[in-house]
Ligand binder design. Structure first.
Ligand SMILES: [Fe+2]
Length: 200
């Protein structure tokens, strides 16, 4: 059973703007995460988040970095401590005086599991990108040319196939898209285009 937060506020407002450097966050990721597939997933979500912040939200470089860090660390405690998933990384970032928006985005990336609902733009985009990123990666692995030539309609067809990546909840994808106010097509196109840029 995943951890359920009994609070809705995270971090401290005085730490607004504080984010670990990419090196610090990578160090934490490498110390905590042992599973290479999970590491790749976290890097892919981070890259998608940063790219979305830049391309779709027109945010500046320091904001893009904050979105990147939220993506990079969102699953840091998942493979080693599944019963405390989300609590440990949230508490670690609180100890490190990290920007409360980054911490809250991580705390709300699985609203049906952790009981914290996405509010900010960063929260909503982390939730929806996380949901679709893994699915699209799974699809790339079964295609002969991986991401090359991937089309929106191919991903949509797999989403309708309940047996494909059955662990990915179609209901959660629909819920996350609705909260973010974006279309499935727009997000598939975006992820298919950016995710391949992450090589390891
Ligand atoms: Fe994730």
């Amino acid at each position: 059973m995943p951890y359920n937060f009994d609070r809705t506020t995270f971090g401290n407002e005085i730490n607004k703007g504080n984010a670990p450097s990419t090196e610090e966050a990578m160090q934490l990721l490498n110390d905590w995460v042992k599973n290479d597939r999970l590491k790749l997933h976290m890097k892919q979500v981070a890259h998608n988040m940063k790219s979305w912040a830049k391309e779709k939200e027109n945010l500046d470089e320091s904001d893009q970095h904050r979105w990147y860090i939220a993506g990079l660390l969102h699953d840091a405690d998942w493979d080693q401590w599944p019963d405390d998933h989300c609590r440990l990384i949230v508490e670690e970032l609180e100890k490190r005086n990290t920007d409360p928006e980054i911490i809250r985005a991580i705390a709300s990336h699985g609203p049906n599991h952790f009981g914290v609902f996405p509010e900010s733009r960063m929260d909503k985009m982390l939730y929806v990108i996380d949901e679709l990123s893994g699915f699209i990666h799974a699809y790339s692995l079964m295609r002969p040319n991986n991401y090359e030539g991937m089309e929106v309609k191919g991903v949509k067809k797999r989403l309708k196939d309940k047996l494909f990546a059955a662990g990915v909840s179609r209901e959660e994808i629909a819920d996350a898209l609705e909260r973010a106010g974006i279309s499935l097509e727009e997000l598939i196109e975006f992820i298919a285009r950016h995710q391949k840029e992450v090589v390891e």
